[in-house]
Every structure is written in structure tokens, then in C-alpha cells.
Ligand binder design. Structure first.
Ligand SMILES: *Cc1c(COP(=O)(O)O)cnc(C)c1O
Length: 389
């Protein structure tokens, strides 16, 4: 049953994600120098056309490095040794943010949330209250916790940060920016970061940093000048020369231009709606097969879905999908290792792609001895799809 054709492989991981042909073609364009007028036109085009996707009034800065570098940049440009920071930890990526801040000497107050659940505004409010009298420099949050498939209520959390503190609100948007609506001023987000290989339909290699007025002020006034991750350098070089301080991954930025074309062709509002549809289709299908979902409806992510099978091993399902159908999905991380599997459905993913995964799941469960439910998940998902059309 394994795939007959080597190029018929299906990538459903929550990063990296499949690359559209249009983007691959753009990345194959001739090389241009990063100090050339051609590059200035390119980067200004990309930095400004990405603004609606990040919900920012400012051009989006582009770093050549993975998403974690943008998390680190968010830390080093705002928090200094001895500063107090709150980090919302609802999964492994929140944990990573806290570790970065700790490594730079910040006093980190971890708001631990049960894995698989979102952080409610009430929980954040109570946590801030419990730290009354402590000067909080920054609150860090994960918009979409990729390890559990939870979308946090970022607008409500930003509101709490604003009402209760003078702190900066710094958000890891890595696995949802490009798929969900966001407005940095209204949501009170000061720095919002992502990387290329998630919902932005690009290969790994770029990190993006967007800021609010308050975030820009913090970057400009940061007393310690870092080097590669010094965001002021990126802002200054962009403003003065429409370039980047160091040699960027030019080809990926050419690809990013094609991504902007694609988002505009589909329409940003439709991109957002498509991701909600993908979420609803996956959940309906998985539920129909009797497989428990890790998250509640209210917390469910539009870009990644975690499934916690009972009486059948999650890693075995993952292996069978790979072996029999050339479908790659992800497993669990840290505490959830071996207990869940995760299906990424972001970026270059259509409702029809979801039907392929669900169909493969039906066949796999039958292979593992469950009463066959051929077509059941696909049918449910199609019913959801039809309602959206
Ligand atoms: C993928 C991911 C990252 C890490 O990005 P890298 O590009 O691997 O450094 C950070 N945060 C979240 C939420 C992610 O999903």
C-alpha cells in the first residue's frame, strides 16, 4: 500500500509545511545583491505587504534564522538582567520562552497552565495580582501552542496586560501568523514574531518580527546593544537603506513575495476562513472515528490538531501513516511524548488535503483491528465543508 511515487508525499506537520509551486518558482529567480536597488524594492514590498498579516502599522523586520532566534530577539531587546518577566507556559514552546528569558538573567515568573488547555484572562489576572508590588517588565505569551494545538485568547490576554501592568506584551506567533486575524494595537501586542516554515508557506530559514509603537520605542531605547539579534540595527538599516544589516536569505525573501501574492489573490479574510474550515473538518472527522481530541472546541487551534487515541498507540498510527501512505504527521513533545499525534493544517493546505489524511486514518484504524468505518470521517468532514461553501 505504500506510495508508488517518490514525489507523492504528504507533509502534515506543524512546521515545516508544504511549499506552493509558485513560491518555489520565485525562490529560483536569479540572485540579487542585498545592497542593490533591486533588493530594496523587494524587501520594502515584502515588509509592507506582510503588515496586514501581522496586524501592524509598521513594516515587518526579517531576520535570517529560525523562529527561536526571533523569540530570543524579543527577549534580548526588552528584558535585562534582573528584570521581572511573566511567561505563560501552556506547553513546550511557552517553556522555551521562559528558558530563554531565564538564560539572559531575567527573574521569570512562570504561569503554568495545564497542557492541552488555554490560558484564560482570569488566570492571567489572578497571577498578576499575586505578584502585586513586583515591577513586571514584560509578559510573554504563546499565541498558538503548537505542542498541544491550543489557540490562546490573545486579545483578552493583551487586555489584561494593559489594564493591570505597564509591561510589554511579547507574543510568539510562530505557528499561527498567516492563518489567524490579529491587530497589534487593539490586541495590545508589542512584539509579534513568527518564522517562515509554518503558516507562511516558506522553507525554514527566516524569522519575522513585527512591533507596535510601544514595542518600537522599547527596541530603540534598549540600553544594551546586542549584535545579530539587535533589532534596532534591523529597523535603522531598513529605514536608511531598505536593506538588512547582514546578508539575508535573499531567495527566501523572493519566495515571501510570492507568498504575499498568494495571500492577496485568495484574500486575507478567506485565508483566515479556510483555516477555520480545516480545523472544523479535521475535528469532525477525528471525532467520528471515536478518537479523542486533546483540546476543547473553545481552545482548538485553526492550524494544528492534537489527537489522544485510547487503546491504540499514537506513535504506531504515526508510523503507519508514513509507511503506508507517505503521510508525515507529528508526535507529542515532552510530557505528551508517545501519548498524542498532531496533524498540522496550515499554509498550503486545502480542504481536500484534509480528506486524504482522514481517509488514511480510517484505513489505518481498520488495519489495527478496529471495526472498519470506511468513509465515515471523510463523510463528516465533507458535510462540514459543504456548509462553508
Ligand atoms: C515552530 C515553533 C517555534 C520554533 O521555531 P524554530 O523555527 O524551530 O526555531 C517557536 N514557537 C512556536 C509556537 C513554534 O510552533
Amino acid at each position: 500500500m505504500s506510495s508508488l511515487f517518490l514525489d507523492q508525499t504528504y507533509l502534515f506537520t506543524p512546521g515545516p509545511t508544504p511549499i506552493p509551486n509558485q513560491v518555489n518558482a520565485a525562490m529560483a529567480r536569479p540572485m540579487i545583491g542585498h545592497r542593490s536597488p533591486d533588493f530594496s524594492v523587494l524587501i520594502e514590498d515584502v515588509a509592507t505587504r506582510l503588515q496586514p498579516v501581522f496586524g501592524t502599522k509598521h513594516p515587518v523586520m526579517i531576520l535570517t534564522s529560525s523562529g527561536t532566534s526571533a523569540l530570543e530577539a524579543a527577549v534580548v531587546n526588552t528584558v535585562h538582567e534582573g528584570d521581572h518577566a511573566i511567561v505563560i507556559v501552556a506547553g513546550s514552546f511557552g517553556d522555551r520562552l521562559a528558558t530563554i528569558a531565564e538564560n539572559y538573567g531575567a527573574t521569570v515568573h512562570r504561569l503554568n497552565i495545564e497542557w492541552g488547555k488555554s490560558c484564560s484572562p482570569e488566570q492571567l489576572e489572578a497571577f498578576i495580582d499575586s505578584l502585586a508590588g513586583t515591577p513586571i517588565k514584560a509578559v510573554f505569551g504563546t499565541f498558538n501552542e503548537t505542542s498541544t494545538g491550543v489557540l490562546n485568547p490573545i486579545h483578552a490576554l493583551g487586555k489584561v496586560v494593559k489594564e493591570k501592568t505597564d509591561a510589554l506584551f511579547l507574543v510568539d506567533g510562530v505557528s499561527c501568523i498567516g492563518a489567524v486575524p490579529v491587530d497589534m494595537e487593539k490586541d495590545n501586542i508589542d512584539l509579534l514574531v513568527t518564522s517562515s516554515q509554518k503558516a507562511l508557506m516558506l522553507p525554514p530559514g527566516l524569522a519575522f518580527v513585527a512591533f507596535s509603537d510601544k514595542g518600537l520605542k522599547a527596541i530603540r531605547e534598549c540600553p544594551e546593544r546586542r549584535f545579530y539579534l539587535d533589532l534596532k540595527r534591523y529597523v535603522d538599516t531598513y529605514e536608511k537603506q531598505k536593506s538588512t544589516p547582514f546578508t539575508p536569505a535573499v531567495s527566501l525573501i523572493q519566495g515571501a513575495q510570492a507568498v504575499c501574492d498568494m495571500i492577496e489573490e485568495e484574500g486575507w479574510v478567506n485565508v483566515i476562513k479556510r483555516h477555520l474550515l480545516l480545523r472544523d473538518m479535521i475535528r469532525a472527522g477525528v471525532r467520528e472515528l471515536g478518537l479523542p481530541l486533546l483540546t476543547s472546541e473553545a481552545d482548538a487551534s485553526p492550524t494544528v490538531t492534537a489527537v489522544k487515541p485510547e487503546g491504540i498507540s499514537a506513535p504506531d498510527i504515526q508510523k503507519a501513516l508514513k509507511k503506508d501512505f507517505s503521510i508525515t504527521i507529528a508526535g507529542g513533545q515532552k510530557d505528551l511524548k508517545g501519548k498524542i499525534f498532531r496533524i498540522g493544517h496550515m499554509g498550503y493546505c486545502t480542504p481536500f488535503d484534509v480528506l486524504k489524511v482522514l481517509s488514511a486514518l480510517e484505513l489505518t484504524l481498520a488495519k489495527f483491528g478496529q471495526t472498519p468505518r470506511f468513509g465515515a470521517a471523510v463523510k463528516k468532514a465533507e458535510e462540514v465543508w459543504v456548509q462553508h461553501v
